[in-house]
Design a binder for this molecule. Structure first.
Ligand code: IMP
Length: 208
């Protein structure tokens, strides 16, 4: 059984829309490395989760990237949500003098690991990360485990908080005139960063 590695049960519900009953939650808080990009963070997490579970795992790492703030808070979205808070991030984005500073994107990277290698794993960042991980941890024979990455992106803009649904930055992220927190779960899932990454993953996984 595929394990979706997250402490957030809402993410597993979203994953079931794409993977039906073939996925179960693995409530495992893997250690997150610091990096400016989500991909190496998710890849490391997938290796750690596979070592822990010994079963196929899918790790989800996501963040909000504001154009006018050079991609902030990006991989630090969770920490910034807890410290500054989502309303302050939205204000900062909208206060900036740059033209259209509030443009932003949610990004989600899914990292899959089942201990096997892949016929084709063309992700250059994945390969570089694998080499770096192996070099950093020469005593760990699983540091070089292959990981397959899938990315989903949705663009939108930062607005004043609206809506009661969703989680995290959903109330301050507007897509086509509606915030993610104003959408039903199904509406959000159909266009979200996570939904797009899950769609790519589900298509690949079906042939595995
Ligand atoms: P994580 O990948 O679950 O650790 O999420 C990182 C940060 O991005 C947290 O602050 C989440 O609240 C936020 N985040 C991730 N996905 C979403 C989403 O779909 N909507 C709103 N916030 C999200």
């Amino acid at each position: 059984m595929l394990r979706y590695v997250t402490t957030n049960a809402g993410k597993v519900r979203e994953a079931r829309d794409y993977l039906d009953d073939g996925v179960a939650q693995l409530d495992f808080d893997y250690p997150e490395i610091q990096a400016p990009d989500l991909k190496p963070i998710a890849a490391r997490g997938a290796r750690a989760a596979y070592r822990h579970a010994g079963e196929p795992v899918l790790v989800d790492d996501a963040g909000l990237f504001v154009d006018g703030l050079d991609g902030f808070p990006g991989p630090y979205s969770s920490y910034v949500e807890e410290t500054l808070g989502i309303r302050r991030v939205s204000e900062l984005a909208r206060d900036d003098a740059a033209p259209d500073p509030a443009r932003a994107a949610f990004r989600c990277v899914l990292a899959y690991c089942d201990g096997e290698s892949f016929d084709a794993s063309p992700d250059p960042i994945d390969r570089a990360d694998r080499a770096a991980a192996a070099a950093a941890d020469q005593n760990d024979e699983t540091a070089d485990l292959p990981v397959k990455l899938f990315e989903g992106v949705v663009r939108g803009r930062m607005v004043e908080a609206r809506g009661e649904g969703g989680f995290g930055y959903d109330p301050v992220f507007e897509h086509d005139g509606t915030t993610f927190a104003e959408m039903t779960a199904a509406e959000k899932n159909a266009i979200s960063h996570r939904g797009r990454a899950l769609e790519k993953f589900a298509e690949w996984y079906a042939g595995r």
